[in-house]
Design a protein around this ligand. Structure first.
Ligand SMILES: [Zn+2]
Length: 279
């Protein structure tokens, strides 16, 4: 039996793990097995959980892009950051919120292993998209993968040391509720300039804006870093980047065709990497 930060989604009592079956259970005998698809569905018994799903095409495009290493400078920055946040800590619970296929977590975790800095780190990946979790499991994510409603995460109050949001905005209070008092939230956000040359085609009247970010009231910025780099991409890659961006919906077929037809040299990529702490 191991001590975990997990709580029962039905009655909120601590969850224990059964050694032999790896199933999770609480003292009120609610039981949750790991599915063959590689994740635990930690959702209220008999409740309907809203779930999102990522289209297979979107997920493929994203996987293909990330695995081609286009965002390597960002990944390198995150590796060093997570190394510094986990070094000299006895036990670190790291939750990757909306973990997607787990690309960033897997890259960073492998790096921590190479630095002999992973033994004290327990990793959890949570998502409300079951197909993303299945993809993460197929890619042999080192994290314990959990399907959950994002409005009620199955973690105890003050139980998590680090919450990472690599590809999701911070919404609501759940990430803060589960965070330890001295915990940190790592938030990665594409900056206004990210994918600039593609964005210019989508929004013809685009102007540069200064840094602006909305942070929940109970948090403040501990550290902040801007990761900026240029990449050369083929038309196919440019289209993949457009498809995985928040402004994809604005591009009509004609524009998509134009973007696919032309490679871009020196495409600007820029991310703000914020470490947030509780006030
Ligand atoms: Zn229970």
């Amino acid at each position: 039996m191991m001590i975990s930060p997990l709580i029962c989604p039905t009655c909120a009592q601590p969850l224990h793990q059964h050694d032999a079956s790896k199933g999770l259970y609480c003292d009120a005998k609610h039981h949750f097995d790991r599915l063959a698809q590689g994740y635990y569905p930690l959702v209220k018994v008999k409740a309907k959980t809203p779930q999102s799903s990522v289209s297979r095409q979107q997920m493929r495009a994203r996987q293909f892009l990330l695995q081609s290493g286009v965002f390597q400078p960002l990944v390198d920055t995150l590796k060093q950051l997570m190394l510094s946040l986990t070094t000299d800590k006895k036990q670190v619970n790291w939750l990757d919120y909306q973990c997607g296929d787990g690309y960033y977590l897997a890259q960073i975790h492998a790096f921590l292993v190479s630095q002999q800095q992973a033994d004290n780190v327990s990793t959890w990946g949570v998502s409300d998209a079951e197909n993303a979790l299945f993809a993460a499991s197929k890619l042999q994510s080192p994290a314990c993968l959990i399907f959950s409603a994002l409005k009620a995460l199955p973690f105890a109050d003050n139980s998590i040391d680090i919450v990472t949001l690599f590809d999701a905005p911070i919404k609501g209070q759940e990430c803060i509720r589960i965070l330890k008092d001295d915990g940190r939230i790592v938030l990665v956000q594409p900056s206004h300039q990210h994918l600039w040359q593609i964005k210019q085609q989508v929004y013809p009247d685009l102007v540069e804006k200064p840094f602006q970010i909305n942070i929940p009231k109970r948090l403040s910025i501990d550290t902040q870093e801007c990761v900026s780099f240029d990449i050369n991409v083929s038309g196919d890659q440019a289209l993949g980047l457009l498809d995985s961006s928040l402004f994809a919906w604005r591009a009509n077929d004609e524009l998509r065709h134009q973007i696919k037809a032309k490679s871009i040299d020196g495409l600007k990529c820029e991310f703000d990497v914020l470490v947030l702490k509780q006030i």
